[in-house]
Design a protein around this ligand. Structure first.
Ligand code: G6P
Length: 741
């Protein structure tokens, strides 16, 4: 409203000033013209009158003038006077007497100038024109005849000009104001108000209104600019809100410290023992030195941070060639080496035991049985006997460790120890025993081919709690139990009852040690894929990374084939894209594994040979054990990570890659057959058997806009932070604590 009033006033003033200027100019020239016309006319008529009626004055000395009022009226004079000298003035009519006092000075000036003069005088507010005609007389002083004529009409004309121009100004100002107001209202204010409403919607987060963008071509550039700013504001606001939310919820995110506190509450001074076949630290000989390495194992990756945070005892097989040299008399060593946060108790297996228990039954029997990866399981009776024996050895070791402990918490890991829960509970029914199965559980028909499935299931069901990564694996397990054991499967609470013993079967998707501090860390400088590849003699712009134990379940051949297909389909990436495949040799004594190594190498050689160019190859195979610190630069710099497992319980490589992406970019290509695919919404999910699809996913990942990558990666990182391994441990320990023996 204010702007309208101001606008109208401005228009009125502007138009008024222009109109006034023009009118003043017009009037001044009009007045000049009228005055000069009046002068010319008055002089002409007066001269004529003089000639007709007064010419005799120049020659006689009479002071008598015979002129009547009506005579001067005919000549349109208002009055007339004959001025001989100040005391002798003859006036014609009454008006003349009124005018004369205003003329005397001027008459005197004409007489002394000896010249006729004319000008305008003001008589009581009335404009009168006077012409003073000098009459030169012989032998007599000059006299003057004064003619008065009406000049008022000039003022009337001037006034009417003023009036006309005022009216014109008023009308112009009115019309211009109305038109301007309409233009301002419909052409500017309305669209502007729409933009304001729209910006307000953006500010207040009214997404619906924000989405309906105002249409206006005149304000389009403004809209585009504001749109950009608003978009940036929205994003900044969303990020700020998210950051604030995360900050306030940071306390609810599980950290080592929080888990430590929680454990004190949950355990109530009871002992926590972790049992696994693979040890978290292996001491190995490297020349004269003894090195301590962390083996490539998802199970170790997950469990180690928990023990580090809370202390406790971890019982595992000593498999490093310098392991015996580093333990005390009780076969214990404090680890991690320089920190000594918890105790590792090593169990020594003989070569035969290792051969039949670990390589045989565990890895040639149960591993392929549980992974549907088209490698036949092999079941041998000797292996089974050793499996039972080693489980018993471990049971003894555990029981020995808990002999003075009341209601200890025993967390048994993986398929190597299916019988252990029952064996422990048999001797120590008060112990709370959980078994976490890190690999998939197949359907009942697949599992049913195992000759000792009942013994295995009974052994497992000795536990109070059995955990899998996914509900799907829990269901498969419960169905297997249902089909093969005399038991009651209580589907309503996912538990199994055998005699008086209940076993709860629950999913606990395992994770990694990733907390708010890791999430919040600003991306530190990292090498580009190009720089990293250059260190390996390869010149390429884009890099994918794969990190696996060399295992037939990991889909390594399929991964290589999809890289080949990607390059076949997209030759523009030849010489530009390289997959760095980090592969730790695993279970190498088994033929299926050594065959896998050879097959993968042969495939990589074939593909590299097919495409090889100077300083470039499509696949760089780094076949050796890599520490976490050695792998991290590849995770951080790669454009994408490829996890192509044919079957996998969870797959923590996928989560480690995400954790390493502190720049919030990069893409994860993830097999739908890995448990992680259930959680990691934002990854590009592929069927690794579908080479075409995986090849296309590489392209999609490489060409994904950075905003999209960031959006997905942030979501993935939040998800992992909210479900880290500390929350996993808290969940599982709380579940154990809630079980009444
Ligand atoms: C999988 C299993 C782990 C095992 C790891 C490495 O992740 O679930 O229990 O430790 O493979 O296998 P390895 O035979 O070397 O221990």
């Amino acid at each position: 409203m204010k702007i309208n009033i101001a606008l109208v006033i401005s228009i009125i003033i502007a138009v008024g000033l222009v109109a006034f200027g023009f009118t003043a100019f017009q009037i001044s020239s009009e007045r000049e013209q009228l005055n000069s016309e009046l002068q010319v006319k008055t002089i002409r008529v007066a001269e004529e009158f003089y000639k007709n009626n007064l010419a005799h004055l120049a020659t006689d000395d009479s002071t008598q003038i015979q002129i009547t009022d009506s005579a001067i009226g005919r000549y349109n004079f208002l009055g007339m006077a004959a001025y001989y000298h100040a005391d002798s003035i003859i006036t014609i009519n009454k008006e003349t007497a009124t005018y004369l006092p205003h003329s005397t000075d001027y008459i005197a000036r004409a007489l002394s100038a000896d010249s006729s003069l004319s000008n305008k005088i003001n008589v009581n507010g009335k404009k009168v024109y006077q012409y003073i005609r000098l009459v030169k007389r012989q032998n007599l002083p000059a006299m003057a005849i004064v003619f008065y004529t009406d000049a008022e009409y000039i003022e009337n004309i001037i006034n009417s000009i003023w009036l006309r121009n005022f009216l014109r100004w008023f009308l112009q100002a009115l019309v211009i104001s109305v038109v301007t107001l309409l233009i301002v209202r419909w052409g500017i204010l309305n669209p502007l108000n729409k933009v304001i409403e729209w910006v307000k919607a953006a500010r207040t987060g009214n997404i619906e209104q924000w989405k309906t963008k105002p249409r206006n071509t005149f304000l389009a550039p403004l809209y585009r600019e504001i749109s950009g700013i608003a978009q940036a504001m929205q994003e900044a606001k969303a990020i700020a809100q998210e950051e604030a939310r995360l900050r306030t919820s940071a306390e609810s995110i599980w950290t080592p410290e929080r888990l430590n506190e929680e454990m004190k509450q949950v355990l109530q001074n009871k002992k926590l023992i972790v049992v696994s076949n693979r040890e978290p630290y292996m001491h190995i000989r490297a020349g004269k030195e003894i090195q301590c390495i962390r083996p490539a194992s998802g199970m170790v990756t997950a469990l180690e941070p928990i023990l580090k945070a809370c202390g406790g005892l971890w019982i595992a097989s000593g498999s490093g060639d310098a392991d015996r040299d580093t333990v005390d008399e009780n076969d214990k060593v404090l680890v991690p080496p320089s920190e000594g946060k918890y105790t590792l108790r090593r169990v020594w297996l003989t070569k035969e035991e290792e051969n039949h228990f670990y390589y045989g039954f565990s890895n040639e029997g149960l591993w392929p049985l549980c992974h549907i990866a088209h490698t036949r399981p092999t079941f041998r009776i000797e292996d089974w006997e050793y499996y039972k024996k080693v489980n018993a050895i471990y049971a003894e070791a555990v029981v020995k460790e808990i002999k003075d402990e009341e209601e200890p918490f025993i967390l048994v890991q993986d398929y190597h120890f299916a019988l252990l829960p029952f064996l422990i509970k048999q001797q120590r029914p008060d112990a709370k025993v959980a078994l976490f199965w890190h690999i998939p559980w197949p359907n009942p028909e697949s599992f049913g081919i195992c000759p000792w499935q009942k013994e295995l299931l009974n052994g497992m069901l000795g536990a109070d709690l059995i955990g899998f990564h996914t509900q799907y694996h829990c269901n498969n397990f419960l169905e297997t139990v249902n089909d093969s054991l005399e038991s009651r499967v209580l589907w309503e609470n996912f538990s199994v009852k055998i005699g008086n013993h209940f076993t709860l079967v629950k999913p606990f998707p395992i994770s990694i040690a990733f907390t708010f501090k890791d999430y919040d860390s600003n991306g530190e400088i990292r090498p580009s894929p190009q720089e990293l590849l250059k260190q390996h003699g390869i010149n390429a712009e884009y890099m994918a990374v794969g990190v696996e134990r060399i295992d037939y379940t990991k889909g390594l051949i399929e991964k290589c084939l999809s890289v080949e297909r990607f390059l076949d389909k997209n030759p523009e990436y030849l010489g530009k894209f390289t997959l760095v495949q980090i592969g730790a040799v695993s279970r190498a004594l088994l033929k299926t594994y050594s065959d896998t190594v050879s097959a993968v190498e042969a495939e990589i050689n074939r593909i590299n040979w097919k495409f090889k160019a100077k300083n470039w190859q499509p696949i760089l195979f780094l076949k050796k054990h890599h520490s976490h610190e050695e792998i991290t630069p590849f995770y951080r710099s790669a454009n994408l990570c490829m996890v192509t497992s044919l079957h996998d319980g969870m797959n923590l490589v996928a989560k480690e890659f995400i954790a390493a992406r502190d720049h919030n970019d990069g893409v994860l290509v993830l097999s739908r057959f890995a448990g992680a695919s259930q959680e990691l919404h934002g990854a590009l999910i592929v069927n690794p058997y579908d080479i075409e699809q995986t090849a296309d996913a590489i392209k999609t990942a490489l060409e994904m806009p950075i905003e999209q990558q960031t959006q997905k990666m942030k979501r993935l990182r939040r998800m992992i932070m909210n479900h880290n391994v500390y929350s996993w441990a808290a969940d599982i320990l709380r579940a154990m604590a809630s079980i009444q023996n």
